[in-house]
Design a protein around this ligand. Structure first.
Ligand SMILES: [Zn+2]
Ligand SMILES: [Zn+2]
Length: 169
């Protein structure tokens, strides 16, 4: 295994000192938020941050970015685009997820977990090709964005069937 591109050596940093750090590397495996949305395996992830040292740790703030891809939640069209997430985290010797920080050693830290967490949190929850996407017809499967089909919506939508029942009474 080669050197981890997300490792940052800290030896020249004294408390109060800050430095700009840019690190990038390819992700070995995909980051999957759900079936519709992911950072694909092999994507290049970039961290552009300022590392500020304090006694016992550092704060890391800036952005992490990558590319994401997925399918429109309504019409299943392929989607892709840039993913940029702000990060503001603390790395501490003896730190860890229990206290909401990331661990580090005396003279180095690894940004990888923070990069993955930041990208994961930034993935779209409801990916849509566009705000007003009409989606696929649940009966015939036609893409309603391309052509309206003849299917009657009220035959499948349970809310409308409930209204029909009321009407019959
Ligand atoms: Zn769509
Ligand atoms: Zn239809």
């Amino acid at each position: 295994m080669g050197r981890d591109p997300f490792v940052v050596a800290l030896s020249p940093l004294r408390a109060g000192a800050e430095c700009k750090v840019v690190r990038s590397g390819r992700l070995e495996s995909a980051l999957v938020a759900d079936v519709d949305c992911r950072v694909p395996a092999g994507a290049e992830a970039v961290a552009e941050v300022v590392v500020l040292a304090f006694d016992g740790g550092v704060s890391v703030s800036g952005t992490v970015s990558s590319a994401w891809e997925g399918e429109c939640r309504r019409c299943l069209a392929h989607l892709e685009g840039p993913l940029v997430a702000p990060v503001r985290e603390i790395f501490r010797r003896g730190g860890g997820p229990d206290e909401g920080t990331y661990p580090m050693t005396e003279d180095q830290l690894n940004l990888r977990e923070m990069v993955l967490d930041g990208l994961f949190a930034a993935l779209p929850v409801l990916p849509l090709c566009r705000e007003g996407c009409l989606g696929l017809c649940p009966i015939c499967g036609a893409d309603r964005n391309v052509s309206p089909c003849e299917c009657r919506r009220d035959e499948v939508d349970p809310r409308w069937s409930a209204l029909d029942v009321l009407r019959e009474k």
